[in-house]
Design a binder for this molecule. Structure first.
Ligand SMILES: NC(=O)c1ccc[n+]([C@@H]2O[C@H](COP(=O)([O-])OP(=O)(O)OC[C@H]3O[C@@H](n4cnc5c(N)ncnc54)[C@H](OP(=O)(O)O)[C@@H]3O)[C@@H](O)[C@H]2O)c1
Length: 264
């Protein structure tokens, strides 16, 4: 075990499933004390127990990240994080005009407001200590405006911009802010999106890499901080594709959405 990380504190939001769960397991196995955050208590308790059985240290904090009060309580109860993984997020697939304001607001609260509130609370303390790392789980959708995920993609573009600007402010310090531009990952993300009014199956639902693969890449990011990473790596071609061939997406994208929507 790398002693450099032993007993460091990692706060992982959205740890009750998918990428967050895999990252929490990975960091605990490397010696971090992990704080697991989400709404589903039983899931968090089960994961914390499994981590302890493996010899790791885990604590749970249940919080609904749509709530400003819950977020403030989380910042207080978690303690000074060495690593904050802003992973909790939700998606929705369909025509923008069919999205209810309730779903849109929830998405803005979890995907943006929570990230900002938790990051600001941690950053000030990290700056004082001159050490720490905030990792925001973005998406390739943030670099590729796409039909069906207008608001979701926009929330991830926000994370790109916010993280990069903060990282630039932190140049010369030992505090880092990174964004993970992930492609499709096999998790419960698609199922969770269906729980919201008018949601359709995501076209990428059956594709994708495992959450464990993403966790491995996040672990490399912690050891060697960078402004952003693409997961998988080849997705770094996407911004170039959008610039050069965006006109194809303009034509094909709506057809794909129409087909997917009619099968909803
Ligand atoms: N899967 C993909 O294809 C993909 C691709 C690119 C990026 N991402 C991003 O990866 C992140 C994790 O997603 P995932 O794929 O692992 O999906 P997931 O399995 O559905 O996990 C989402 C997590 O967010 C938590 N969450 C959602 N709403 C919350 C709320 N109001 N309060 C607290 N926690 C909340 C959920 O916990 P509770 O329900 O227990 O609260 C869950 O732990 C998201 O930010 C997503 O945008 C996913």
């Amino acid at each position: 075990m790398n002693n450099q990380w032993k007993d460091k504190l990692a706060v992982v939001t959205g740890a009750s499933s998918g990428i967050g769960e895999a990252v929490a397991r990975k960091l605990a196995s490397q010696g971090f004390r992990v704080v697991l955050v989400a709404r589903r208590r039983e899931r968090l308790e089960r994961l914390a127990e499994e981590i302890r059985v493996e010899g790791g240290s885990a604590r749970i904090i249940t919080a609904d990240l749509t709530s400003e009060t819950d977020r403030a309580r989380l910042c207080e109860q978690a303690g000074p994080a060495d690593v904050l993984i802003n992973n909790a997020g939700l998606g929705w697939y369909g025509y923008g005009d069919e999205m209810s304001w309730k779903t849109a607001r929830e998405m803005l609260q979890v995907n943006i407001e929570a990230v900002v509130q938790l990051s600001l609370a941690c950053l000030a303390k990290m700056r004082k200590r001159n050490s720490g790392h905030i990792i925001n789980i973005g998406s390739i959708s943030g670099s590729l405006p796409s039909q069906g995920v207008a608001l979701y993609g926009a929330t991830k573009s926000f994370l790109d911009n916010f993280s990069t600007a903060l990282q630039r402010e932190l140049t010369g310090t030992r505090v880092h802010v990174s964004v993970v531009r992930a492609g499709p990952v096999k998790t419960e993300f698609g199922e969770a999106a269906l729980l919201h009014e008018n949601g359709s199956h995501l076209p990428t639902e059956k594709m994708g890499i495992t959450a464990e693969k993403v966790a491995e890449r996040i672990w490399t990011l912690i050891r060697r901080p960078r402004r952003f990473i693409y997961v998988p790596d080849y997705l770094r071609l996407v911004p170039w594709l959008e610039l050069s061939f965006g006109w194809i997406i303009d034509r094909m994208g709506p057809l794909l959405l129409k087909k997917q929507r009619s099968g909803a």
